[in-house]
Design a protein around this ligand. Structure first.
Ligand SMILES: [Mn+2]
Length: 429
């Protein structure tokens, strides 16, 4: 169950039609309509394209048209763009792009996240581009004027990875827009939904919106140049520096190359790792076990602010010879809420392994039917609240015992999938 048909990637690769979208003269115009019309004629322009590709491309243009309608409908309103608790470059840059597009329709957006910006590259990205994102820690939400917002927008997520979602629902703020490339996280009600699990990056999706004319980027606008640079970073970071990019990602990158600032991108990428991150990577190396090409490491307790060290450790472990998948996890303490969570990251280079399916199957779901884990192509994560066992223990022995229990349990759940025969034997003994 944890694998998917190997051919699915190539079948779903958008081809020539995406290119015709990118290079069509109408792409530079603010009008989407001429482009839509021309796309209806696409089969005659591209006789070699399969009907599948044409259908897919038409679908994309219909999305652009639907988004434009939604933007027009909400002119003069104020929207809240909600990012996942630990926003990554793909989320930050895509959300910024939506904010700029919406501004053109006289919609004011605030971009918020409830967790932490903890990856050194993310901090550098936000600082160096003056990326307009705000932290809304959960305890402060009750003091915010939520009534000021007529709608909320989920970008690079579907609301399931933000602690803010329940508060927004309680405040009765409708979900207006969802743009994401993670697998469906369950049913969602929104006016506009564009979820593409086979697209590598949300940056690619929003760049296609730009190319279709929703916003004309201007080389003379430093804000546009910085946003294009952020998008290039987002696209690179979700495609493993373009190594896993597909045609549509390259086409998006080619378009962004007209606007982005290569020096600025370089500055973002040169951000160095903190000592805490290095320490977690060291622990992951020391603790890893390798079985059937999976590398698994528990790294013990971590401060909330260092949480992003976990995916970085997984990125590192997956580079080992004969390893195609790495899973790193630890117990993270959230001081704001005095909560503890097991947080883990999965990275894989194995095309047939679907992180979303794998993690859902490994860890299942909570009493409300919410999955503990999920993912997208090549990456995934999980969060398991410790509940009653939460909270820092007075004694080191107790803390150690608690870690041992969770470490064993997480490994057991993973090994059941990684090494089913072994599991069977254990079960019999
Ligand atoms: Mn993403």
């Amino acid at each position: 169950m944890a694998t998917r048909n190997t051919t699915s990637n190539s079948v779903l690769t958008p081809t020539e039609d995406a290119q015709s979208t990118a290079q069509h003269p109408a792409a530079d115009s603010a009008q989407v309509e001429p482009l839509l019309k021309s796309l209806q004629d696409a089969p005659t322009y591209r006789p070699q394209s399969s009907s599948y590709d044409t259908g897919r491309s038409r679908e994309q243009l219909q999305k652009v048209e639907a988004l434009q309608k939604s933007l027009e409908r909400h002119q003069g309103e104020r929207q809240l763009i909600v990012l996942q608790d630990f926003p990554d470059p793909d989320a930050l840059s895509s959300a910024w792009t939506y904010k700029l597009i919406a501004q053109k329709y006289d919609i004011q957006c605030d971009m918020v996240y409830a967790g932490t910006l903890s990856h050194q590259e993310n901090i550098a990205l936000v600082k160096l581009t003056s990326l307009p994102v705000q932290r809304w820690a959960l305890p402060t939400v009750k003091n915010r004027n939520l009534a000021a917002y007529q709608g909320c927008v989920f970008i690079d997520n579907q609301g399931t990875t933000s602690q803010l979602t329940p508060s927004l629902a309680d405040a009765g703020i409708p979900i207006v827009v969802v743009i994401d490339h993670h697998s469906s996280q369950g049913e969602i009600k929104a006016e506009f939904i564009d979820i593409r699990p086979y697209t590598r990056a949300t940056s690619t999706i929003v760049t296609q919106y730009l190319q279709a004319g929703l916003l004309k980027l201007d080389n003379n606008s430093s804000e546009h140049v910085k946003c294009a640079t952020a998008l290039m970073h987002g696209l690179r970071s979700d495609t493993n520096a373009l190594r896993q990019a597909q045609e549509e990602d390259f086409l998006a990158a080619a378009y962004l190359s007209r606007f982005y600032d290569a020096q600025l991108l370089n500055a973002v990428l040169q951000a160095s790792r903190s000592k805490q991150v290095m320490d977690v990577i060291e622990r992951s190396l020391k603790n890893r076990i390798v079985q059937n090409n999976f590398s698994i490491a528990g790294v013990g307790y971590l401060r909330y602010d260092d949480r992003d060290a976990i995916p970085q450790a997984a990125d590192f472990l997956v580079t080992e010879e004969n390893v195609h998948t790495a899973v790193v996890f630890g117990i993270v303490h959230d001081e704001d809420e005095d909560l503890e969570l097991v947080i883990g990251s999965l990275r894989t280079t194995k095309i047939t392994l679907d992180p979303d399916e794998f993690l859902k199957e490994a860890f299942g779901y909570d009493s409300q039917g919410r999955f503990f884990g999920g993912g997208r192509s090549q990456a995934g994560g999980f969060e398991i609240p410790l509940g009653f066992l939460s909270g820092f223990a007075e004694s080191a022995d107790y803390a150690k015992m608690k870690w041992t229990v969770y470490d064993t349990q997480v490994k057991q759940k993973l090994l059941r999938l990684i090494n089913p025969d072994q599991h069977y034997r254990n079960g019999m003994s």
